[in-house]
Design a protein around this ligand. Structure first.
Ligand code: PXP
Length: 274
């Protein structure tokens, strides 16, 4: 079993030897390329071009949220990504019958179930897994039977993590938005408290055998403490990368994010190679 006594300490085994950390994958969320395209209703900028570019810049996967109102990614975008991109597709979606049918048709590598409200600007909180166990269990089973890995986007809340295990999800994606907002507001005490909740949630989920991802609101400034959580194996990042692309280009923004993640990870693993 892995022992950890402080957040930035290297993880060690009971023998005191450093534990080899799983590599940290980067899923690039291309939703907001579609947001810009849709602002004019034309074809430019094309999300598929961003997906090709992300692959070339070192992304490990492509993430896209097909919302019920289709405000950014479209059905056509999903078809194109599936047809042209060999990286795993992580399809974020609400747990509705319409989305289930779409997922079963496209068979993405993974589906991340998120709560959705039409009026919201973005996904505002984690999924209430505990309150929807009866509905989620067969929904998840159907996706899994089709060979799709199922991830649940949850707050760092022990009740939700336990419920995720109960409904047989493969993965929990921890919602990092509260932490990132606290950092943005320069409320460092609140950010530190939320980081602790995230660390505890990651440890709890790992002990239950769940795979752990994290995302929402991550930036160059906020990514390192999340990348240093040894249980976390994938980050999904979108809005900041697309925003930063305006200034430095998407390739450069992705490469820099990747380097920051890898450096943060190497610091706790003690395996920095460069
Ligand atoms: N993970 C999930 C489940 C999300 O809903 C989103 C936003 O679509 C992200 C990650 C990425 O968040 P951001 O665009 O703020 O990086």
């Amino acid at each position: 079993m892995t022992r950890r006594s402080s957040p930035n300490q290297r993880p060690t085994s009971p023998t005191g030897l450093p534990v080899r950390l799983a590599p940290l994958r980067l899923g690039v969320n291309i939703d907001h390329v579609a947001t810009i395209r849709n602002a004019r209703g034309g074809r430019h900028p094309e999300p598929i071009r961003a997906a090709h570019l992300a692959a070339a810049a070192g992304a490990d996967g492509i993430t896209a949220h097909l919302r019920e109102d289709r405000r950014h990614i479209s059905d056509q975008d999903i078809s194109q990504i599936k047809a042209e991109i060999s990286l795993p597709l992580n399809l974020e979606m609400a747990a509705t019958e319409e989305m289930l049918a779409i997922a079963l048709r496209h068979r993405p590598h993974a589906c991340c179930l998120v709560p959705e409200r039409r009026q919201e600007l973005t996904t505002e909180g984690g999924l209430d897994v505990a309150g929807q166990r009866t509905m989620l269990q067969p929904f998840i089973a159907e996706l899994k039977e089709a060979g799709i890995r199922v991830s649940l986007f949850v707050d760092a809340d022990p009740v939700q993590i336990e419920a995720a295990r109960h409904v047989a999800a493969d993965i929990v994606e921890l919602h990092t938005g509260t932490y990132c907002e606290a950092e943005f507001a320069q409320d460092h005490a609140a950010a530190a408290a939320e980081l602790n909740r995230l660390r505890e949630a990651a440890a709890q989920a790992a002990a239950m055998g769940l795979e752990i991802h994290a995302g929402h609101g991550l930036t160059f400034e906020t990514v390192a403490p999340i990348a240093q959580m040894p249980e976390v194996v994938e980050l999904n990042i979108g809005h900041f990368l697309v925003g930063e692309a305006i200034f430095s280009g998407l390739d450069s923004a992705i490469r820099r994010m990747r380097a920051l993640m890898d450096r943060a990870r190497a610091e706790i693993a003690g395996t920095r190679s460069a």
